[in-house]
Design a protein. Structure first.
Length: 79
């Protein structure tokens, strides 16, 4: 676990609403960051899917996907 010091300046109303929502706590900020990370990952996934669609890459069968996953896992075990 790492400690990260943050200092933010908020408009009075935003700060008040954040306090009321219980956000300016260590756990509240952690949840906000986790949510942002998930949203960013989702955005990247959707972008990759659009790129594949636009490139007209043929769809893989379930067996082909399973083989790719197995190959990646095998490479990771060797590293």
């Amino acid at each position: 676990m790492q400690t990260v010091d943050l200092k933010i300046t908020l408009l009075d109303q935003v700060a008040r609403e954040a306090r009321e929502a219980g956000l300016p706590t260590e756990r509240g900020i952690e949840r906000l960051i986790e949510d942002a990370i998930r949203r960013e990952a989702g955005t990247k996934l959707l972008d990759a899917m659009r790129q594949l669609r636009d490139a007209r890459v043929p769809h893989l069968t379930e067996d082909e996907i399973a083989a790719e996953v197995a190959a990646v896992r095998a490479r990771r075990r060797r590293v």
